[in-house]
Design a protein around this ligand. Structure first.
Ligand SMILES: *Cc1c(COP(=O)(O)O)cnc(C)c1O
Length: 378
């Protein structure tokens, strides 16, 4: 911090640039991309997930052409549509299934209409942690020839966990095949803001970054990170912090860090089961894919359920339990809501993100606070 290194050029951030290359190699190895003599990968840190996704979609536009659509599910991060506007490419939303994952039938129908250049596949949506069916989407890629950009900003680290459901495991196991991938060390990687990462399978996409910066690259013919980044100046401090974290908690299966993720997932499954066994609540028909749990409050109508969810949110906060609210399609909670007209499609749900290993130890007090809050509003 005293030297204020800049990871644009090796001249301004010698040690921190070397550290960035090491941590990016750690992340690439974690998802299964490895340095090989013939091929390899290209990647670097970014200010966050939005910038990493922007870069993935910018390269996709350079490869596929400006007239080709970007499609993402209705549960994908809100910034993808905005990025489509920034890049001047058409953007289309694909529906989700009852588990909040990208609906394959709707994707297929969209592909049949033609003009799809890139499919954004989310592994761990922000609202519910849903993992899109990547293996089946890669099968469709064989037929339709689109690019696959994976938004694993939230969920990417979960590839290290050994307690995933088989379909979720299968999605993470396909990561070496995708064209590009965004992952956020400042989400599940224990980093302060801002630290994202973009990885490309094909290092030849580096050609899109070619520019002339005669006043920054002096001391070395080695790769300067600014030669492969959309941004120019970037703090070296984030690379140093991530490097230190990787030394303390290596990104390996069966290690202490991976064990922490597994504890978060166990906490989410346990909370899901407790909610399921309490008739005041409605849970989605299947358990969460990662460590985010959503549920609705039982009521005769969507409007009343949403109102009770907002009351419970406030009552829980008074118990020092800080939940979130998420407006979700009512189909996700599979509840008939007999008194609601069919056009009432969105229900406000409660959302708990159990992203710290300690959440497993705190489940009893968390459950007590939820119960007290529910009693207070009924
Ligand atoms: C958080 C998030 C983003 C945006 O990343 P920032 O780091 O907040 O810019 C994009 N996609 C997903 C799935 C996310 O969870």
């Amino acid at each position: 911090m005293f030297l204020n290194p800049n990871n644009h050029a090796l001249d301004g951030g010698r040690a921190s640039s070397a550290m960035e290359k090491e941590v990016v190699a750690d992340l690439a190895a974690m998802v299964g991309l490895r340095m090989q003599a013939s091929s390899g990968y290209l990647g670097h840190l970014t200010g966050g997930g939005t910038l990493a996704n922007l870069e993935g979609l910018w390269v996709a536009r350079q490869v596929m052409g400006q007239d080709q659509m970007v499609v993402a599910s209705s549960q994908a991060h809100y910034t993808h549509r905005r990025m489509g506007e920034v890049l001047g490419v058409p953007f289309k939303t694909v529906a989700v299934d009852a588990r909040a994952r990208m609906d394959l039938r709707d994707l297929h129908a969209t592909l049949e209409q033609g003009g799809v250049g890139t499919v954004v596949v989310t592994l761990g949506t922000t609202a519910t942690g849903a993992v899109d069916p990547l293996p089946a989407i890669l099968d469709l890629q064989q037929i339709y020839g689109f690019r696959v950009h994976v938004d694993a900003a939230y969920g990417g680290y979960y590839t290290l966990a050994e307690n995933l459901a088989p379909e979720v495991r299968a999605a993470f196991d396909c990561l070496p095949e995708v064209d590009s991938l965004a992952i956020d060390p400042h989400k599940h990687g224990l980093q302060p803001y801002g630290c994202g990462c973009i990885l490309f399978k094909d290092p030849l996409v580096g050609r899109f970054y070619q520019h002339d910066s005669p006043y920054t690259y002096f001391t070395s013919d080695e790769l300067h990170l600014g030669e492969i980044s959309l941004e120019c100046s970037r703090a070296g401090a984030s690379a140093v912090a991530l490097w230190a974290t990787h030394r303390l908690l290596p990104l390996v299966r069966g290690g202490e860090y991976a064990h922490g993720l597994e504890r978060s997932r166990t906490a989410a499954l346990t909370l899901y089961e407790r909610l399921q066994s309490d008739s005041r609540f409605i849970v989605p028909p299947s358990p969460p894919d990662l460590d985010i749990v959503v549920w609705a409050v039982r009521a005769p109508s969507v409007a009343e359920s949403s109102r009770r969810a907002r009351s419970l949110f406030a009552a829980a906060a008074r118990q020092q339990l800080h939940l979130a609210l998420a407006n979700l399609p009512r189909a996700l909670v599979a509840e008939p809501f007999p008194d609601s007209p069919p056009h009432d499609q969105v229900v406000t749900c409660l959302r708990a993100c159990l992203m710290k290993p300690e959440h497993l130890d705190w489940l009893d007090p968390i459950w007590e606070a939820i119960t007290r809050a529910a009693n207070a509003i009924s």
